[in-house]
Design a protein around this ligand. Structure first.
Ligand code: UD1
Length: 418
């Protein structure tokens, strides 16, 4: 299994281009199931999760061509020959559940493995299923699979108990081909939802008010093919912003959208980091000492849970005491134990972490427990004395495009060992 060896790398400096967003491209790939015509997607990052989703589509009978150099995918679901997703494939990524809505809409049936929990929480899919039931699907759960059937989906008024990103996407994709009008209330408003809605509208869907808490979908009979350029990855952008902050560096991010990064920019400014939003990118520069900050993860436009881990790394070397509250997932502090092994001073009480900044971290062997935790450890390792060995970095490959290549270009001392 691969690991990263990271040495102290202060003062990262230079330009980094942010790739297409993993969390936008995954639902968009699923949405291609909704039309028999070809869809052409650009800025599709070559990530393990993207390959896994493409394999799922191929197994359903969808034609997928991917040019990883130019990051263009051509998807044609002329025929969707299978409506059952295999457990082995689905187990690779939780977003595999997002084929359920499109399959119900296109083939009126779907048999999808229940995704199960993962390291960061139990991650149920009850909200997705409640939505499908409201649209007229009959749902059964048996032998670890969810089975859905319908004659035709019918528009409905759906209230989500929590603005779940996945449930909003799955229900929106099911509803675009339903008879009549669907309203999703308390819908998620993340930029990835907006990107999916815009892609669906290019296909001929009639979705309005996306990006607000009440999305309206007027069902249409069929959808066409469409071309779409996936939005930049705000989580990757946030990670490189923290890389600049934690190493006392000066990084210019191209292809990052400031409007998607409001919470991150504010938090970094509170931590004494200079941020300049320019026409062609964002400059992040640290001159003084990082100061402690408090943060609470929330649905967008609140602070994203996917950046909680990298900000925790930053807080370990900040001056003073930071309080980090995780409200979205119930068990997303696994990286705290690994950071503590590197000399961080972190106390956890339920969903709250209290971090007392230390003068320095020290290198040791640590393990990436999930995707974002892995990135957090790499950033922490760049401030630590000695060589840090980070194992299980396959998690990082799932969601960061050319992570070490981009860091090396900025001056990081990081190498991969297989
Ligand atoms: C997506 C992102 C993930 C991010 C998360 C929150 C993708 C591929 N993944 O995950 O990176 O961390 O949004 O921003 O886009 N919940 C339920 N019932 C449901 C669905 C969700 O209780 O039916 C709960 C979850 O357990 C979790 C919370 O709602 O505690 C948020 O989950 P959700 O917004 O659905 O996240 P995902 O779509 O899984």
């Amino acid at each position: 299994m691969s690991k990263f060896i990271v040495s102290k790398s202060l003062g990262l400096c230079g330009k980094v281009e942010i790739s297409g967003a993993k969390n936008a491209v995954l639902p968009i790939l699923c949405a291609c199931i909704l039309t028999e015509k070809e869809c052409v997607l650009s800025s599709v990052p070559p990530l393990m999760d993207v390959y896994a989703m493409m394999d799922i589509l191929k197994a359903l009978g969808v034609k997928v061509q991917y040019d990883s150099v130019n990051q263009i995918a051509k998807i044609k679901a002329e025929r969707v020959t299978k409506t059952k997703e295999e457990y082995e494939m689905a187990g690779k990524l939780r977003a595999s559940f997002l084929v359920m809505g499109p399959l119900l809409a296109r083939r009126q049936k779907a048999k999808i493995p229940l995704p199960g929990g993962c390291q960061i929480g139990t991650r149920p899919v009850d909200l997705h299923l409640k939505g499908f039931i409201k649209l007229g699907a009959k749902i059964k759960q048996e032998h670890g699979f969810v089975m859905g059937r319908c004659r035709r989906l019918v528009g409905s008024h759906i209230y989500l108990d929590f603005p779940s990103v996945g449930a909003t996407e799955n229900i929106m994709m099911a509803a675009v081909l339903a008879d009549g009008v669907t309203v999703i209330e308390n819908a998620a408003v993340e930029p990835e939802i907006v990107d999916l809605a815009e892609f669906l509208n290019k296909m001929g869907a009639k979705i309005t008010d996306y990006g607000t808490g009440a999305i309206t979908i007027n069902g249409v009979k069929t959808l066409e093919g469409a071309n779409h350029n996936v939005i930049p990855d705000r989580i990757e952008a946030g990670t490189f912003m923290v890389a600049a902050a934690i190493t006392g560096g000066d990084i210019f991010l191209t292809n990052a959208v400031p409007d998607h990064l409001g919470a991150i920019t504010s938090k970094l400014k509170e931590a004494n980091v200079d941020i300049e939003e320019l026409a062609h990118g964002i400059r992040v520069c640290t001159k003084g000492e990082i100061t402690a900050f408090n943060l609470k993860t929330m649905p967008f436009p609140g602070f994203p849970t996917d950046l909680q881990a990298v900000f925790m790394s930053l807080s370990t070397v900040a001056k003073g005491t930071s309080v980090i509250t995780e409200t979205v997932f119930e068990n997303r502090f696994l990286h705290a134990g690994e950071l503590t092994r590197m000399g961080a001073d972190i106390k956890i009480d339920g969903r709250i972490a209290v971090v007392d900044g230390v003068r320095k971290l020290t290198a040791t062997q640590v393990k990436a427990t999930d995707l974002r935790a892995g990135a957090a450890l790499v950033l922490a390792a760049m401030t630590a004395e000695g060589e840090t060995e980070i194992s299980d970095i396959f998690h990082i490959d799932r969601g960061y495009c050319l992570f070490e290549e981009k860091l090396i270009k900025l001056g990081a001392k990081i190498r991969r060992e297989d």
